[in-house]
Write a protein that binds this ligand. Structure first.
Ligand code: GLA
Length: 384
């Protein structure tokens, strides 16, 4: 492909992939290094049978540990847990889903498997030939290369190396001619939200890893204040994958997780075992009114509009002039939180809808006061 054609294609490609925050499933949070072909097929089956696919969860993403060895020509192969990646992609596609994969710009992935260092074009071609639709590209051992070459992995030179490494893989993906979502994972180093789009990122992790604990989820989620201006169609902030249903939080805390991620216009990548999920987990993951907030076509990320101790109010502009509002209680006991409608630009006769109760509620004298459970949320849609 000629350079001009390639760059026109790159421009044409960006709004096409990830026009709204990617939704799907990723193997890491539940299966970690144990993930196998059978687990991925089971996840694909469950996305369909549970109704999650029809609610928008399309990507089936294999994280680290699928990688085998390179052959004499340098072509990457899968390990024994994944006997035939092309056949797996065909299976996933036959269900109306898309398949994602994982690699690193370094020689090794974070779990110590084969990375793409020195084989970027070759790997991109292999992924495209398999039918891959999404690549998570995780810095990992490239940090060591940055350090070896510049003496300090936090130096300006190291930063330039890092950007070049991401751009290299982006170009390699574009050159395949297959639309592949490009997910940057470098834990938010060097304010990645400021340059992620420049290197072709459709999304970029803004933090270190999430874990299945309220304290870590809240630490990550609420630290996203101020990042809203960097997100938009085709390029999203990624506060990491969902832990909903993995067992370490209460139902109320998982509702907070889902609400906050939706207000943040974050990718919604379920991280639980989809073939064994409770009614509560499925209800949280498939709340259509909350998903509509995340996927709103305006593509604006929400931000914090008010904070008083453990009480926080976040708001996200929606198409048609409405706002999604999250009233969050981070305290260990219930709190009453009051939303002043004028704070988010609405008059006293605005329409309010509770998106978890699925019912309309009413404001009094220009404000709405409600008791929010510990670590919980009340999520509203406000419109005139
Ligand atoms: C890093 C990433 C995680 C996961 C693991 C896999 O820690 O941040 O999301 O991909 O690597 O090894």
């Amino acid at each position: 492909m000629g350079l001009l054609v390639a760059s026109v294609f790159a421009l044409a490609q960006s709004p096409q992939v990830a026009a709204t925050p990617p939704m799907g499933w990723n193997s890491w949070n539940h299966f970690a290094e144990k993930v196998s072909d059978a687990d991925v097929r089971a996840a694909a089956d469950a996305l369909v049978s549970s109704g999650m696919r029809d609610a928008g969860y399309i990507y089936v993403n294999i994280d680290d540990t699928w990688e085998g060895q390179r052959d004499a020509n340098g072509v990457i192969h899968t390990n024994s847990k994944f006997p035939d990646m092309k056949a797996l992609a065909d299976y996933v596609h036959s269900k109306g889903l898309k398949l994602g994969i994982y690699s690193s710009p370094g020689p090794k992935t974070c779990a110590g498997y084969e990375g793409s260092y020195g084989h970027e074009e070759q790997d991109a071609k292999t992924y495209a030939a398999w039918g891959i639709d999404y690549l998570k590209y995780d810095l990992c051992s490239f940090i060591k290369i940055m350090k070896e070459k510049t003496g300090d992995e936090h130096s300006k030179q190291a930063f330039e190396m890092q950007k070049a490494a991401y751009e290299k893989m982006h170009k390699a993906l574009v050159a395949t001619g297959r639309p592949i979502v490009f997910s940057l994972c470098q834990y938010g180093w060097n304010d990645v939200w400021k340059w992620g789009p420049e290197v072709g990122g459709n999304l970029w992790r803004t933090t270190g890893d999430i874990s299945d604990h309220y304290s870590r989820m809240a630490e990550i989620g609420f630290s996203q204040a101020g990042l809203s201006k960097y997100a938009g169609p085709g390029h999203w902030n990624d506060p990491d994958m969902l832990e909903i249903g993995n067992g370490g939080m209460t139902t109320e805390e998982y509702r907070t997780h889902m609400s906050l991620w939706a207000i943040l216009a974050a990718p919604l990548l379920a991280g639980n075992d989809l073939s064994d999920m409770s009614k509560d987990t499925l209800e949280i993951l498939t709340n259509k009114e909350v998903i509509a907030v995340d996927q709103d076509k305006l593509g604006k990320q929400g931000d914090r509009v008010w904070v008083e101790g453990p009480k926080e109010i976040w708001a996200k502009p929606l198409s048609g002039g409405a706002e999604a509002v999250g009233l969050f209680n981070r305290a260990d006991s219930p709190r009453t939180i009051t939303l002043q409608l004028k704070k988010i630009g609405f008059s006293g006769n605005a329409k309010l809808r509770d998106l978890w109760k699925h019912e309309d509620v009413t404001a009094k004298n220009g404000s709405y006061s409600v008791q929010v459970p510990e670590h919980g949320v009340v999520m509203l849609k406000v419109s005139q």
